[in-house]
Design a protein around this ligand. Sequence first.
Ligand code: BJW
Length: 232
Amino acid sequence: MKNIVILTGAGVSAESGLGTFRDAGGLWSQHRIEDVATPEGFARDPALVHRFYNARRVQAAKARPNAAHLALARLQTHWRGRVTLVTQNVDALHEAGGARRVIHMHGELAGALCAACGHRWQAPDEMSPGQSCPRCAAPKGRPDVVWFGEMPYRMDEVLTHLAEADLFAAIGTSGTVYPAAGFVEDAAHAGAHTVELNLEPSSVVSSFAERRFGPASRIVPEWVEELLGRAT
Ligand code: BJW
């Protein structure tokens, strides 16, 4: 077994204090998806959307990586083959835990994007409506995140890694948002062993060959130690 592809979701950061989306009390129980996570919502009320992301940017800056982030970074360092980390999360906790070359398929809270020319820059702590682009000066700054109806980032790269995967793991994701929810099928089709690590079964649990349930801070380090022990 050489190539490992790992997909992470909000559950991997839950024990760092960042709320998930769909759990009880999660972000989508406090905000309407159509208002804060679609381009149409942003066009209607950019101030509301900026408030939502400004608050999450502040919260994410205070969060610290937990044992799951640290274990995945350790796997990347010690595994003899390739470990590709694809995250749906917009926080930087994988990097803070020591992971490298993380693919942020749904963007990053730390980034700003010009909706007019596509230029990207470091987001200020507080973004506001009409934020002007440092390159083209259009008042079209927005958070550099992927909303419903938009194309996730670096999909060609992700699909190539999935096609070459020997092992695919999904960690802390509900399996309700595509295309990420379909990665297990892509990896299985390529012949990879597939494993779900989650607090509870996801919507696509039946697609996985192996399942492990519990808090990420416990089950991810256990799984990583097993893999590294098996490889040495
Ligand atoms: C723990 C834990 C602990 C808790 N330990 N676990 C019909 C079929 C197919 C697709 C579609 C369809 N209709 C519409 C679509 C497309 C749409 C979609 O999927 N909609 C569904 C709702 C049906 N998708 C899109 O629009 C995407 N773009 C797209 O498809 O483009 C076209 C395309 C075509 C072909 C190829 C490629 C592209 C874009 C989706 C963008 C999603 N954006 C968001 C916001 C990002 C910015 C932000 O953060 O605000 O991304 S929405 C939100 O959901 C966020 C997340 O990344 C994403 C996934 O959530 P996640 O991570 O799974 O979190 P939760 O809360 O759902 O789950 C947490 C899990 O953790 C739970 O299972 C818990 O049990 C667990 N957990 N504590 C371990 N301690």
